[in-house]
Design a protein around this ligand. Sequence first.
Ligand code: HEC
Ligand code: HEC
Length: 246
Amino acid sequence: MTSRTIRAWLLAAATAVTAVQGQVLSPGAPPPQPAPPLSAQAEYMRAHFNQAMVVHAAIIRGDLGAVAPAARMLAEQDPGLMPAGSAAHVNAMKEAARQAVEAPDILAAGQATARMLTACGNCHRAVGTMPALASRARPPVGGVVGHMVDHQVAVDLMLRGLVVPSDSLWRQGARAMAAAPLHARELPVDSSVRRELAPTEERIHRMATEAAQATDPFARAGFYGQMLAGCADCHKRHPKIWGPKP
Ligand code: HEC
Ligand code: HEC
Protein backbone atom coordinates (compact mmCIF):
# COMPACT_ATOMS: atom_id res chain seq x y z
CA MET A 1 0.00 0.00 0.00
CA THR A 2 1.38 3.40 -0.95
CA SER A 3 1.64 6.23 1.52
CA ARG A 4 -0.87 8.09 -0.64
CA THR A 5 -3.54 5.43 -0.08
CA ILE A 6 -2.72 5.29 3.63
CA ARG A 7 -3.15 9.02 3.80
CA ALA A 8 -6.50 8.77 2.02
CA TRP A 9 -7.55 6.14 4.54
CA LEU A 10 -6.47 8.31 7.46
CA LEU A 11 -8.32 11.28 6.03
CA ALA A 12 -11.37 9.10 5.86
CA ALA A 13 -11.04 8.96 9.66
CA ALA A 14 -12.31 12.49 9.87
CA THR A 15 -15.34 11.74 7.76
CA ALA A 16 -15.97 8.13 8.70
CA VAL A 17 -19.33 9.05 10.06
CA THR A 18 -20.55 10.14 6.64
CA ALA A 19 -20.01 6.64 5.30
CA VAL A 20 -22.87 4.26 5.86
CA GLN A 21 -21.58 0.75 6.51
CA GLY A 22 -21.48 -1.28 3.28
CA GLN A 23 -24.34 -3.66 2.67
CA VAL A 24 -23.46 -7.29 1.98
CA LEU A 25 -25.59 -8.74 -0.82
CA SER A 26 -26.33 -12.41 -1.21
CA PRO A 27 -27.00 -13.77 -4.73
CA GLY A 28 -30.61 -13.35 -5.74
CA ALA A 29 -31.23 -10.79 -2.99
CA PRO A 30 -33.42 -7.85 -3.98
CA PRO A 31 -31.44 -4.71 -4.89
CA PRO A 32 -30.59 -2.52 -1.87
CA GLN A 33 -33.06 0.20 -1.05
CA PRO A 34 -31.63 3.72 -1.22
CA ALA A 35 -30.86 5.01 2.27
CA PRO A 36 -33.67 7.18 3.62
CA PRO A 37 -32.80 10.88 3.57
CA LEU A 38 -31.24 12.13 6.81
CA SER A 39 -33.23 14.39 9.06
CA ALA A 40 -31.90 17.95 9.29
CA GLN A 41 -30.96 17.11 12.85
CA ALA A 42 -28.92 14.08 11.84
CA GLU A 43 -27.19 16.14 9.10
CA TYR A 44 -26.31 18.76 11.67
CA MET A 45 -24.96 16.12 14.05
CA ARG A 46 -22.75 14.64 11.35
CA ALA A 47 -21.28 18.02 10.48
CA HIS A 48 -20.73 18.52 14.16
CA PHE A 49 -18.97 15.22 14.52
CA ASN A 50 -16.70 15.99 11.57
CA GLN A 51 -15.81 19.33 13.12
CA ALA A 52 -14.96 17.60 16.40
CA MET A 53 -12.69 15.25 14.41
CA VAL A 54 -10.80 18.20 12.93
CA VAL A 55 -10.03 19.42 16.47
CA HIS A 56 -9.08 15.91 17.50
CA ALA A 57 -6.64 15.40 14.59
CA ALA A 58 -4.98 18.78 15.23
CA ILE A 59 -4.29 17.73 18.83
CA ILE A 60 -2.86 14.36 17.82
CA ARG A 61 -0.60 16.20 15.36
CA GLY A 62 0.54 18.52 18.15
CA ASP A 63 -0.65 21.50 16.09
CA LEU A 64 -1.94 23.93 18.75
CA GLY A 65 -2.37 26.70 16.16
CA ALA A 66 -4.96 24.63 14.27
CA VAL A 67 -6.93 23.70 17.40
CA ALA A 68 -8.44 27.11 18.19
CA PRO A 69 -10.06 27.93 14.81
CA ALA A 70 -11.59 24.45 14.60
CA ALA A 71 -12.80 24.38 18.22
CA ARG A 72 -14.22 27.91 17.94
CA MET A 73 -16.88 26.70 15.51
CA LEU A 74 -18.10 24.28 18.16
CA ALA A 75 -17.81 26.81 20.98
CA GLU A 76 -19.82 29.47 19.15
CA GLN A 77 -22.50 27.41 17.47
CA ASP A 78 -26.13 28.34 17.79
CA PRO A 79 -27.60 26.07 20.48
CA GLY A 80 -30.95 26.41 18.68
CA LEU A 81 -29.57 24.16 15.93
CA MET A 82 -28.83 21.31 18.32
CA PRO A 83 -31.40 18.56 18.61
CA ALA A 84 -33.81 19.12 21.46
CA GLY A 85 -32.32 17.56 24.53
CA SER A 86 -30.53 18.77 27.55
CA ALA A 87 -29.40 22.41 27.52
CA ALA A 88 -26.99 21.52 30.33
CA HIS A 89 -25.12 19.09 28.09
CA VAL A 90 -25.04 21.54 25.18
CA ASN A 91 -23.59 24.14 27.56
CA ALA A 92 -21.02 21.69 28.94
CA MET A 93 -19.97 20.83 25.40
CA LYS A 94 -19.65 24.48 24.33
CA GLU A 95 -17.77 25.38 27.50
CA ALA A 96 -15.26 22.57 26.90
CA ALA A 97 -14.87 23.69 23.27
CA ARG A 98 -14.18 27.22 24.53
CA GLN A 99 -11.49 25.86 26.86
CA ALA A 100 -9.91 24.12 23.88
CA VAL A 101 -9.90 27.47 22.01
CA GLU A 102 -8.10 29.13 24.91
CA ALA A 103 -5.83 26.24 25.84
CA PRO A 104 -2.26 27.40 26.54
CA ASP A 105 -0.73 24.05 25.57
CA ILE A 106 -1.54 20.74 23.91
CA LEU A 107 -2.20 18.90 27.17
CA ALA A 108 -4.85 21.47 28.16
CA ALA A 109 -6.33 21.32 24.64
CA GLY A 110 -6.40 17.50 24.77
CA GLN A 111 -8.11 17.51 28.16
CA ALA A 112 -10.70 20.08 27.02
CA THR A 113 -11.41 18.09 23.85
CA ALA A 114 -11.84 14.90 25.86
CA ARG A 115 -14.34 16.72 28.11
CA MET A 116 -16.16 18.01 25.04
CA LEU A 117 -16.49 14.50 23.58
CA THR A 118 -17.70 13.27 26.97
CA ALA A 119 -20.41 15.95 26.98
CA CYS A 120 -21.54 14.68 23.53
CA GLY A 121 -21.83 11.19 25.04
CA ASN A 122 -23.59 12.43 28.17
CA CYS A 123 -26.25 14.12 26.03
CA HIS A 124 -26.72 11.06 23.84
CA ARG A 125 -27.19 8.97 26.98
CA ALA A 126 -29.58 11.54 28.47
CA VAL A 127 -31.80 11.73 25.37
CA GLY A 128 -31.57 7.97 24.80
CA THR A 129 -29.92 7.96 21.36
CA MET A 130 -26.97 5.79 20.32
CA PRO A 131 -25.47 7.24 17.13
CA ALA A 132 -24.03 4.58 14.83
CA LEU A 133 -20.52 5.71 13.90
CA ALA A 134 -19.13 3.70 11.00
CA SER A 135 -15.80 1.90 11.39
CA ARG A 136 -13.17 1.23 8.78
CA ALA A 137 -11.05 -1.76 7.85
CA ARG A 138 -7.34 -1.44 8.72
CA PRO A 139 -5.11 -1.20 5.65
CA PRO A 140 -2.35 -3.84 5.57
CA VAL A 141 0.79 -1.84 6.33
CA GLY A 142 3.66 -2.55 8.68
CA GLY A 143 6.57 -0.68 10.23
CA VAL A 144 6.14 2.66 11.97
CA VAL A 145 3.25 3.67 9.71
CA GLY A 146 1.47 0.38 10.43
CA HIS A 147 2.00 0.94 14.12
CA MET A 148 0.58 4.45 13.80
CA VAL A 149 -2.44 3.13 11.93
CA ASP A 150 -2.97 0.77 14.90
CA HIS A 151 -2.76 3.78 17.21
CA GLN A 152 -5.28 5.64 15.12
CA VAL A 153 -7.68 2.68 15.02
CA ALA A 154 -7.42 2.31 18.80
CA VAL A 155 -7.95 6.03 19.40
CA ASP A 156 -10.97 5.99 17.04
CA LEU A 157 -12.54 3.17 19.06
CA MET A 158 -11.94 4.99 22.34
CA LEU A 159 -13.39 8.18 20.86
CA ARG A 160 -16.50 6.31 19.82
CA GLY A 161 -16.62 4.86 23.33
CA LEU A 162 -16.84 8.43 24.66
CA VAL A 163 -19.24 9.86 22.05
CA VAL A 164 -21.80 7.05 21.61
CA PRO A 165 -21.20 6.38 24.62
CA SER A 166 -20.21 2.68 24.72
CA ASP A 167 -18.37 0.77 27.43
CA SER A 168 -17.40 -2.03 25.07
CA LEU A 169 -15.96 0.27 22.37
CA TRP A 170 -14.00 2.12 25.04
CA ARG A 171 -12.50 -1.08 26.47
CA GLN A 172 -11.83 -2.52 23.03
CA GLY A 173 -9.94 0.65 22.02
CA ALA A 174 -7.97 0.93 25.26
CA ARG A 175 -6.92 -2.71 25.04
CA ALA A 176 -5.90 -2.32 21.41
CA MET A 177 -3.81 0.70 22.40
CA ALA A 178 -2.16 -1.19 25.26
CA ALA A 179 -1.37 -4.14 22.99
CA ALA A 180 0.85 -2.58 20.32
CA PRO A 181 4.06 -1.10 21.72
CA LEU A 182 6.37 0.53 19.19
CA HIS A 183 9.96 -0.58 19.41
CA ALA A 184 12.11 2.47 19.89
CA ARG A 185 14.55 1.22 17.28
CA GLU A 186 11.81 1.57 14.64
CA LEU A 187 11.55 5.33 15.08
CA PRO A 188 12.92 7.23 12.06
CA VAL A 189 15.19 9.48 14.12
CA ASP A 190 18.72 9.45 15.47
CA SER A 191 19.49 7.62 18.68
CA SER A 192 19.47 10.57 21.10
CA VAL A 193 15.98 11.65 19.98
CA ARG A 194 14.91 8.02 20.09
CA ARG A 195 15.96 7.78 23.73
CA GLU A 196 13.85 10.85 24.46
CA LEU A 197 10.75 9.62 22.63
CA ALA A 198 10.64 6.01 23.76
CA PRO A 199 9.30 6.81 27.28
CA THR A 200 6.36 8.75 25.75
CA GLU A 201 5.33 5.71 23.80
CA GLU A 202 5.67 3.50 26.89
CA ARG A 203 3.63 5.95 28.94
CA ILE A 204 0.79 5.90 26.38
CA HIS A 205 0.63 2.13 26.44
CA ARG A 206 0.76 1.98 30.24
CA MET A 207 -1.96 4.61 30.48
CA ALA A 208 -4.13 2.63 28.05
CA THR A 209 -4.01 -0.39 30.38
CA GLU A 210 -5.36 1.78 33.21
CA ALA A 211 -7.86 3.51 30.92
CA ALA A 212 -9.40 0.12 30.04
CA GLN A 213 -10.39 -0.24 33.73
CA ALA A 214 -11.95 3.22 34.05
CA THR A 215 -15.75 3.28 34.09
CA ASP A 216 -16.55 6.86 35.06
CA PRO A 217 -16.93 9.18 32.01
CA PHE A 218 -14.84 11.91 33.62
CA ALA A 219 -12.04 9.51 34.55
CA ARG A 220 -12.10 8.24 30.97
CA ALA A 221 -11.89 11.80 29.66
CA GLY A 222 -8.83 12.38 31.87
CA PHE A 223 -7.00 9.38 30.41
CA TYR A 224 -8.04 10.23 26.90
CA GLY A 225 -6.82 13.83 27.08
CA GLN A 226 -3.44 12.71 28.40
CA MET A 227 -3.14 10.08 25.70
CA LEU A 228 -3.79 12.59 22.93
CA ALA A 229 -1.13 14.84 24.41
CA GLY A 230 1.22 11.83 24.37
CA CYS A 231 0.63 11.41 20.61
CA ALA A 232 1.34 15.12 20.19
CA ASP A 233 4.61 14.88 22.16
CA CYS A 234 6.15 12.90 19.35
CA HIS A 235 4.39 14.40 16.35
CA LYS A 236 5.09 18.03 17.18
CA ARG A 237 8.77 17.38 16.54
CA HIS A 238 7.92 17.17 12.83
CA PRO A 239 4.36 18.50 12.63
CA LYS A 240 4.41 18.67 8.84
CA ILE A 241 5.60 15.07 8.46
CA TRP A 242 4.50 13.09 11.51
CA GLY A 243 0.95 12.47 12.64
CA PRO A 244 -2.43 12.75 10.91
CA LYS A 245 -2.42 15.35 8.13
CA PRO A 246 -4.55 18.50 8.30
C1 HEC B 1 -28.58 18.07 22.92
C2 HEC B 1 -27.91 16.82 23.17
C3 HEC B 1 -26.78 16.44 22.20
C4 HEC B 1 -25.48 16.90 22.21
C5 HEC B 1 -24.84 17.90 23.17
C6 HEC B 1 -24.81 16.18 21.15
N1 HEC B 1 -25.67 15.36 20.49
FE1 HEC B 1 -25.23 14.14 18.91
N2 HEC B 1 -27.18 13.57 18.79
C7 HEC B 1 -28.20 14.01 19.61
C8 HEC B 1 -29.48 13.47 19.12
C9 HEC B 1 -30.86 13.71 19.74
C10 HEC B 1 -29.17 12.68 17.96
C11 HEC B 1 -30.14 11.95 17.04
C12 HEC B 1 -30.42 12.89 15.87
C13 HEC B 1 -31.27 12.27 14.77
O1 HEC B 1 -30.97 11.15 14.35
O2 HEC B 1 -32.20 12.94 14.34
C14 HEC B 1 -27.72 12.76 17.80
C15 HEC B 1 -27.03 12.11 16.79
C16 HEC B 1 -25.65 12.19 16.59
C17 HEC B 1 -24.95 11.52 15.52
C18 HEC B 1 -25.55 10.59 14.47
C19 HEC B 1 -26.03 11.39 13.27
C20 HEC B 1 -26.53 10.39 12.21
O3 HEC B 1 -25.75 10.04 11.34
O4 HEC B 1 -27.68 9.95 12.31
C21 HEC B 1 -23.62 11.86 15.66
C22 HEC B 1 -22.47 11.42 14.78
C23 HEC B 1 -23.52 12.74 16.81
N3 HEC B 1 -24.77 12.92 17.35
C24 HEC B 1 -22.34 13.29 17.26
C25 HEC B 1 -22.25 14.24 18.29
C26 HEC B 1 -21.01 14.85 18.71
C27 HEC B 1 -19.63 14.54 18.13
C28 HEC B 1 -21.33 15.71 19.70
C29 HEC B 1 -20.41 16.61 20.50
C30 HEC B 1 -19.45 17.42 19.79
C31 HEC B 1 -22.76 15.62 19.91
N4 HEC B 1 -23.28 14.71 19.03
C32 HEC B 1 -23.47 16.34 20.87
C33 HEC B 1 -28.08 14.82 20.72
C34 HEC B 1 -26.91 15.49 21.10
C1 HEC C 1 7.14 7.61 20.00
C2 HEC C 1 6.69 8.65 19.13
C3 HEC C 1 5.23 8.61 18.64
C4 HEC C 1 4.11 8.50 19.42
C5 HEC C 1 4.00 8.38 20.92
C6 HEC C 1 2.99 8.54 18.49
N1 HEC C 1 3.43 8.68 17.21
FE1 HEC C 1 2.27 8.75 15.52
N2 HEC C 1 3.93 9.03 14.39
C7 HEC C 1 5.24 8.96 14.84
C8 HEC C 1 6.13 9.03 13.70
C9 HEC C 1 7.65 8.94 13.75
C10 HEC C 1 5.32 9.16 12.55
C11 HEC C 1 5.77 9.29 11.08
C12 HEC C 1 5.80 7.89 10.47
C13 HEC C 1 6.21 7.91 9.01
O1 HEC C 1 5.51 8.57 8.21
O2 HEC C 1 7.20 7.26 8.71
C14 HEC C 1 3.94 9.16 13.02
C15 HEC C 1 2.84 9.22 12.18
C16 HEC C 1 1.51 9.07 12.59
C17 HEC C 1 0.37 9.07 11.69
C18 HEC C 1 0.43 9.27 10.17
C19 HEC C 1 0.81 7.99 9.48
C20 HEC C 1 1.17 8.32 8.01
O3 HEC C 1 2.37 8.41 7.70
O4 HEC C 1 0.27 8.51 7.21
C21 HEC C 1 -0.76 8.89 12.47
C22 HEC C 1 -2.20 8.84 12.00
C23 HEC C 1 -0.30 8.78 13.84
N3 HEC C 1 1.08 8.89 13.88
C24 HEC C 1 -1.16 8.57 14.91
C25 HEC C 1 -0.73 8.52 16.23
C26 HEC C 1 -1.63 8.49 17.38
C27 HEC C 1 -3.15 8.49 17.32
C28 HEC C 1 -0.82 8.47 18.49
C29 HEC C 1 -1.22 8.47 19.95
C30 HEC C 1 -2.11 7.42 20.40
C31 HEC C 1 0.57 8.48 18.05
N4 HEC C 1 0.57 8.51 16.68
C32 HEC C 1 1.66 8.47 18.90
C33 HEC C 1 5.65 8.87 16.15
C34 HEC C 1 4.80 8.72 17.25
